[in-house]
Design a protein around this ligand. Structure first.
Ligand code: ABT
Ligand code: MG
Length: 148
């Protein structure tokens, strides 16, 4: 079953949007398999955003992501990687559609509330970076038998 890595960033936590954001993935029908609340070390932040290391916004990005606690999560379900990106919305909240998380709650590209893996390879890499195998729970939700 497909899995993706999502993280509610410090701005989402500070603004009290943790419940609202988790609710959207739960009610869509995806399954939570990993969850932790933590402050992010500089080392983890730099590894997570390694592809952006040479970009001018990289130092500010690392500063921001390490500025307060984040909610790191792994979600499972058919097509969850692409679907979560749709639920999250475009990178710049000013361009993201109403109805998406960033479209509904954000205005600033540097404060865009939530991260979602952008492809199967990055999902795999990010899950391994943020979670140990034993922190992930394999289970079958039984409450929605007709979902799939
Ligand atoms: P993430 O889920 O955080 O990776 O965002 P997303 O994949 O939608 O967008 P990318 B391109 O990966 O941006 C990573 C973070 O860098 C910030 N950023 C990006 C800027 O501040 N300025 C820019 O010009 C660009 C392209 C936005 C993303 N995170 N935050 N916060
Ligand atoms: Mg990205």
């Amino acid at each position: 079953m497909e899995r993706t890595f999502l993280a509610i960033k410090p701005d989402g936590v500070q603004r009290g949007l943790v419940g609202e954001i988790i609710r959207r993935f739960e009610t869509k029908g995806f399954t939570l398999v990993g969850l932790k609340f933590q402050k992010v070390s500089r080392e983890l932040a730099e590894q997570h955003y390694d592809v952006h290391r040479e970009r001018p916004f990289f130092p500010g990005l690392v500063e921001f992501i390490t500025s307060g606690p984040v909610v790191a999560m792994v979600w499972e379900g058919d097509g969850v990687i692409a679907s979560a990106r749709k639920i999250i919305g475009a990178t710049n909240p000013l361009n993201s559609e109403p109805g998406t998380i960033r479209g509904d709650f954000g205005i600033n590209v540097g404060r865009n509330l939530i991260h979602g893996s952008d492809a199967p390879e990055t999902a795999q890499k990010e899950i391994a970076l943020w979670f140990k195998d034993e922190e992930l729970v394999t289970w079958q939700p039984h409450s929605t038998p007709w979902l799939h």
